[in-house]
Design a protein around this ligand. Structure first.
Ligand code: KG4
Ligand code: ZN
Length: 337
């Protein structure tokens, strides 16, 4: 079965073709980063309009790359939520129109399930049960995965998401949008330990996160400092170390609490090199397995949507007749696959 996947939940237009027999055949991504940069954040209406411009050319390119004609598609998967409603509607309407015209089934995919399953696109994929750490711009969650589609929330952030904390901290330090990857790059030249920030909520039991206080600590440190280039890098390093250590401590707790032997990590912050290294070290010490998507599939992409949709389509699941998207959508409400 050849499945076209379409991702338009935020500011990346992602398209991919996944074959249930042959694996990932092609994928293409257009990032709107430059479009939104002058506003310092995503402008929803501009995002929707740009998805309209980019989506069909990307689909055509993927078909060419995969050597498929459009009538060789057997199903269409699209991100149905959570995300920006206008942006979601562009992908949903396009996907459903293609599906109707070809007479093939369509399926609306949960964006975070897409992220969660992205590590399964890699060689030697992990199999449930496992614990997933989902760290993106909008979510920070630990999820127990009993089987694909059966998700139990173990803990999540009470305020900012991890990616959001990276982005806001970067902005405070005067780094260009989008800040997360920029801050990580700057932290490479920072001196570890010169700034030591607290690891929020690790001093009490539980699997909840909170990142907004850390952001405030960074702001105060920056305001009181000499604001030199080296200090900027040292503060970035201090922030990254605190965020990474906090995530690692909660992961370790979640693994203990569930008795799971495998941890999967996904979402944009999963591309962070220091987080990957720290969790790999944790896995070695605790004799666990940790599994990440390749960095380009940590951030938003079409491949994860094509893959998650293909699993559901292969299990006979279909989108309901009405074309609806869900800007908010609880992953625990999903059907088992
Ligand atoms: O998953 P994603 O592409 O979009 C959402 O669904 O939110 O995640 C984007 C987030 C942004 O906050 C971005 O700053 C962060 O992931 N991010 C990173 C890195 N690469 C992306 N944060 C820290 N280090 C990185 N290398
Ligand atoms: Zn995402």
């Amino acid at each position: 079965m050849n499945v076209l996947g379409i991702e338009t939940s935020c500011d990346e237009t992602g398209v991919a073709l996944y074959s249930t027999e042959r694996g990932l055949l092609a994928h293409a991504l257009y990032s709107q980063v430059r479009l939104h940069a002058e506003y310092g954040g995503v402008v929803p209406e501009l995002a929707s309009r740009d998805h309209v411009r980019k989506l069909l050319p990307l689909i055509e390119r993927c078909l060419i790359d995969a050597g498929l004609r459009i009538d060789q598609l057997n199903g269409i998967a699209y991100t149905a939520g959570p995300g920006l409603v206008g942006a979601l509607l562009v992908g949903a309407a396009t996907a459903r129109a293609i599906a109707w015209s070809l007479g093939v089934p369509a399926i609306g995919v949960h964006h975070m399930e897409g992220h969660l399953l992205a590590p399964l696109l890699e060689p030697d994929p992990p199999a449930p049960p496992f614990v997933a750490l989902l760290v993106s711009g909008g979510h920070t969650q630990l999820v127990e995965v009993a089987q694909i589609g059966v998700y139990r929330l173990l803990g999540e952030t009470l305020d900012d998401a991890a990616g959001e904390a990276f982005d806001k901290t970067a902005k405070m330090l005067g780094l260009p949008y989008p800040g997360g990857p920029e801050l990580a790059r700057l932290a490479e030249s920072g001196q570890p330990g010169r700034f030591s920030f607290s690891r929020p909520m690790t001093d009490r039991p539980g699997l909840e996160f909170s990142f907004s206080g850390l952001k405030t600590q960074v702001l105060l440190a920056w305001q009181k400092s000499d604001q030199s280039e080296q200090t900027r890098a040292d503060i970035a390093r201090g922030f990254e170390d605190a965020a990474v250590e906090t995530l690692a401590i909660k992961c370790e707790r979640a693994m203990k609490a569930t008795g799971a032997g495998t941890l999967v990590v996904a979402g944009g912050v999963g591309a962070n090199r220091r987080l990957r290294a720290r969790l790999a070290e944790l896995a070695q010490v605790r004799q666990l397995r940790v599994s990440f998507p390749r960095p380009e599939f940590c951030t938003d992409n079409g491949a994860m949507i094509a893959f998650a949709g293909a699993l559901r389509l292969a299990a006979g699941q279909r989108a309901e007749d009405a074309l609806t998207v869900r800007p908010r959508w609880d992953m625990a409400a999903l059907a088992a696959v």
